[in-house]
Design a binder for this molecule. Structure first.
Ligand code: SAM
Length: 310
């Protein structure tokens, strides 16, 4: 596909992620009363997908919540890269500067949806305004930009109050892996160079080489999507080293199968088992081994050092 076609295919993935999230929310896997407002055509996902969505949500929300809780000073900030229709801002109502970035087509759509739905609009700071494809306020900003031009994206954030000196958590769920690794490495390097106290949590595909990995890549390719990042960072080890060799002090990586087995409470797993029968355990394991979280930070100090992850 041409550049523009593949950009359109990547943008489409924000709807897929939201549909999966809505399915998991409606069935009681996750507590997200906001995601339904972003979905026109709800779908019920298969039990193994719902369980995967549960783990994904659990991991990212855990880092976000612990960051917000440890962030006692008001100057800390959070940046969600490729935010799509992510609802974390509405769930957390964080008392900090919060930025979301995505292509203008996506932010324009999200801004309109948020503005029109009372349940979402009432969660916005009082001073929020719609400005073109964006939402602006003192604390929450939804910004249009192309992550492949990261310095100009960050210049826009700085106009909206982003402070390089403040401790900052960057969140990236299924975003960096779609970029050429030269671009995603440039993003990480911009952060280490410019933000002395930074943390990042990612959730992305891994292990392209085995049969399941090849199938996953084939399915995405059929939709015009390429997991470019997997060429350079195919394994847990290479993902972790990616950070450690680029000046990040701490980096941890865990795949979703391990996260499911060791990081989710037994009581929670019992609760999930009662929601829906999952009998495709082998398929779930395979799927879950092909997704991973990484959590890394540059400064071994609060609020990052107090976050327990994985
Ligand atoms: N993070 C959201 C979530 O988990 O629900 C959305 C994930 S979706 C799989 C990937 C998102 O990354 C899409 O919204 C897409 O538009 C965005 N994205 C991909 N490449 C981008 C780029 N170069 N610039 C800005 N956004 C990008």
């Amino acid at each position: 596909p041409s550049g523009l076609e593949s950009d359109a295919a990547v943008q489409q993935t924000s709807d897929d992620a939201a549909v999966s999230r809505e399915s998991a929310a409606r069935l009681g896997y996750i507590a997200d009363p906001f995601i339904k407002h972003f979905i026109k055509h709800p779908q019920r996902r298969a039990p193994l997908i719902n369980r995967g969505t549960y783990c994904r949500f659990h991991g990212i929300q855990r880092v976000l919540r612990e960051f917000v809780a440890a962030a006692l000073q008001p100057r800390v900030q959070c940046v969600v890269l490729g935010a799509g229709l992510d609802t974390s801002f509405f769930l957390l109502s964080p008392n900090l500067r919060y930025f979301e970035v995505d292509f203008a087509d996506i932010t324009a759509k999200k801004a309109q949806m948020v503005w029109r739905k009372g349940a979402l609009r009432e969660r916005l700071p009082e001073d929020t305004r719609v400005v073109g494809a964006e939402l602006h306020s003192e604390t929450y900003n939804l910004i249009a930009g192309d992550l492949r031009e990261f310095p100009s994206v960050m210049a826009r954030l700085q106009e909206r109050g982003f402070d390089c000196e403040a401790p900052t958590l960057f969140v990236s769920e299924c975003v960096l892996v779609y970029l050429d690794p030269v671009c995603s490495d440039a993003i990480l390097d911009w952060i280490t160079t410019n933000v002395p106290r930074a943390g990042v949590v990612t959730y992305e595909q891994i292990r392209p080489d085995d049969r399941f990995g090849q199938m996953m890549i084939g399915n995405l390719r059929a939709r015009g999507l390429e997991l470019r990042g997997l060429l350079a960072y195919p394994t847990l080890e290479s993902t972790k080293n990616r950070f450690l060799t680029r000046g990040w002090r701490v980096a941890r990586a865990v795949d979703l199968a391990e996260y499911h087995d060791h990081c989710v409470d037994k009581r929670e797993l019992d609760r999930l088992a009662a929601l829906e029968l999952l009998d495709e355990w082998e398929e779930f394991r395979l799927l879950a081994q092909h997704y991973a979280f990484t959590f890394a930070y540059t400064a071994d100090s609060l609020p990052f050092s107090s976050i327990h992850f994985p």
